[in-house]
Design a protein around this ligand. Structure first.
Ligand code: ZN
Length: 335
């Protein structure tokens, strides 16, 4: 018996949620980039390639493989070109890489990535901490990379770190996020990623930001990149769905962390996202059982520590268990 369908039927019988859900959602798996880059122990290139190839077979439509940052800045990803060359590209799966500047774009050009995600912080304080210059100057560094990508028909996505809260400046206002989205749009980048880099967002904030941004930039596609640092990851996904967002980033096993809260949880887990969307009847095309096997097997082995995802331990909610055997109680004495 498919108990997922029973669960969905139960939810539908209750009248559903007080907003329309999209029929489908597109998930980008970012564990091999955003997850691995914060792992303290070096993960072997062959292990990375095995995990990437396994993930590409789950039905996931997009995978972020690595980052073309300076190898000395993120040693864990210094094998970017080898990872790109070693994985077996699955037709229909989009392979993306993170690109911080023209040099990174030139390295990415040699690797035949489908998508370049451009690195940029939405707030000046975070941009100065990360890229040594405020947002506008950092964007100017991206401009030649954008031109190279557009000239070569690479699909470009403009990341906006700290657009849902900054660990230095606090809550990022809509006007600021709209200004950065406008910089991208004017340069020919019509897809942005709103990132809750430090896990500071909440559902009302996510809903308001996404709704207003979608209204102001109807031609721009919005991806939500959410973190679960304070346990609000899935609640924020629901707020994104209510606002009509259909693109989400997530990480296998919940890999990743928060540079401002050492040891804290990072990205929302892909298994938890697919599980939630399955219960809501929103199609992702992703095989949840396969994801859970990959998380519990090769990912757990590669990182060498327990995973943050609930599905490191629990099964999907529609998996039923045999009740415990009936206990025979002792008869009261003397009766
Ligand atoms: Zn992240």
């Amino acid at each position: 018996m498919t108990t997922l369908e029973t669960a969905q039927g139960y939810a539908a019988g209750m009248g559903g949620l007080p907003f329309d859900l999209p029929a489908s959602v597109r998930i980008q798996e970012v564990g091999p980039r955003d997850g691995f880059q914060l792992e303290p122990a070096v993960i072997g290139t062959a292990d990375k390639i095995n995990i990437i190839d396994a993930l590409a077979a789950t039905g996931i439509p997009a995978l972020q493989l690595t980052s073309f940052v300076r190898p000395d800045a993120v040693p864990q990803l210094s094998d970017a070109a080898d990872v790109m060359a070693g994985c077996t590209k699955v037709p229909g799966v989009e392979y993306s890489v993170l690109v911080p500047n023209l040099k990174g774009a030139q390295r990415a050009m040699e690797c035949d990535a489908d998508v370049w995600e451009l690195m940029l912080s939405s707030t000046d304080a975070h941009s100065i901490a990360n890229a040594n210059r405020p947002t506008e100057a950092a964007f100017e560094l991206l401009r030649p990379a954008i031109e190279l990508g557009l000239a070569n028909d690479v699909r470009l996505v403009g990341a906006m770190a700290t657009s849902l809260g900054c660990p230095f400046e606090g809550r990022t206002g809509f006007d600021r996020v709209a200004w950065v989205t406008g910089l991208y749009a004017d340069a020919g980048v019509g897809h942005v990623t709103l990132a809750d880099t430090a896990g500071l967002a909440d559902p009302a904030y996510v809903y308001d930001m996404c709704r207003r941004l979608a209204d102001a930039f109807p031609q721009t596609t919005i991806t939500l990149h959410l973190h679960n640092t304070r346990g609000l990851g899935m609640a924020n996904v629901l707020a994104g769905l209510a606002a009509g967002v259909t693109h989400y980033d997530s990480s296998i096993g919940g890999l990743g962390g928060c540079p401002y809260a050492p040891g804290a949880t990072g990205n929302i887990a892909t298994e938890e996202l697919v599980h939630l969307l399955s219960l809501l009847g929103v199609d992702t095309g992703v095989d949840l059982d396969a994801l859970i096997r990959i998380a519990r097997g090769p990912v757990r082995a590669a990182v060498g520590h327990p995973l943050e995802s609930s599905f490191g331990k629990a099964d999907p909610s529609w998996v039923l268990h045999d009740p415990p055997a009936q206990q025979v109680l002792p008869q009261p004495a003397g009766t």
